[in-house]
Design a protein around this ligand. Structure first.
Ligand code: A3P
Length: 281
């Protein structure tokens, strides 16, 4: 089992029981993987709704962290226990290089969600400020520097996306979908995910999924908007987890100088990667 620990102001990945990951994979039907603040919760909701064919009962009665628990948040037994519904769904933010060996022996369907990193860092900053379990976010400039250096929790966004998406060409059971694609065409995204999960839906079922995983419905669903999390863990007076749900919000946050620094770092770190990003819609 892998977990994060703070060491000298940085988050370091430690591991305890190595072979457990393989067991989790064997027993997992769907793994939702993503860097933080990239649309993870949205995908959890989508997968829950697809598996119940658009029926909202599950998403209205069971919190997302119990329906699709985080691999890195609990010890193995707890993950398997809390995710005992069929199909079993597990969520993770771990980088691919830590999960690759376990993935090879698994038949789990893996969905990797990515989002343009300018919106990720802005969303991450707001989340960091409300999350009392994380260290002080500092100013946005400091936070942006740490994001680009890869020294925030879960490490480098660049390594994360390159690690996971480099697998899509060779691994059949891995679907890469973007936050922006979901935002631009939620109906189409649901059909794509349901077909990947081999759970094709009729139009009425897709429409129900669309309705229940829209931003406004999720914002008002306490089973997914994190308002059930106590204030000492997430301080709701500092903001909402379901904050804006938009693409291009970085434009309201980045200064010209920050944007130039971002662009030059992005260019050099992504020179070996051909992925295209949608920066605004
Ligand atoms: P913002 O902070 O930009 O609003 P994650 O679940 O990976 O932590 O991602 C959280 C981000 O996804 C937040 O972004 C949140 O508002 C957004 N999000 C969650 N559900 C959404 C939905 N149905 N539509 C659009 N954005 C959504």
């Amino acid at each position: 089992m892998y977990f994060w620990e703070e060491e000298k102001g940085k988050h370091v990945l430690k591991h305890a029981h190595d072979n457990i990951l393989t067991n989790i994979y064997i027993m997992t039907h769907c793994l939702c993987s993503s860097f933080l603040l990239s649309g993870t919760t949205w995908m959890q909701e989508m997968v829950s709704l697809i598996s119940s064919r658009g029926d909202p009962h599950l998403i209205q009665t069971v919190p997302n962290w119990a329906r699709a628990p985080w691999l890195e948040q609990y010890y193995c037994a707890a993950v398997l226990e809390t995710s005992s519904t069929v199909p079993r769904v597990i969520t993770t933010h771990l980088p691919h290089h830590l999960l690759g060996p376990a993935l090879q022996g698994s038949r789990a369907k893996v969905i990797y969600v990515s989002r343009n990193p300018k919106d990720v860092v802005v969303s991450f900053y707001h989340f960091h400020k409300m999350a009392n379990f994380l260290p002080d976010a500092g100013t946005f400039t400091e936070f942006l520097n740490r994001f680009l250096e890869g020294t925030l929790c879960f490490g480098s966004w660049f390594d994360h996306i390159k690690g996971w998406t480099s697998q899509t060409a060779t691994v059949n059971n891995l679907l890469h979908i973007t936050y922006e694609e979901m935002l631009l065409d939620l109906h189409g995204a649901i059909k794509r995910v349901s077909s990947f999960l081999q759970c094709p839906l009729v139009d009425e079922e897709v429409n129900n999924c669309v309705q229940h995983c829209s931003f406004s419905t999720m914002k008002n669903n306490k089973m997914v908007n994190y308002t059930m999390v106590p204030d000492d863990i997430m301080d709701h007076s500092k903001g909402s987890f379901m904050r804006k749900g938009k693409t291009g919000d970085w434009k309201n946050m980045f200064t010209e100088e920050q944007n130039q620094y971002f662009e030059s770092t992005f260019k050099s770190k992504m020179q070996d990667c051909t992925l295209e990003f949608v920066w605004e819609v």
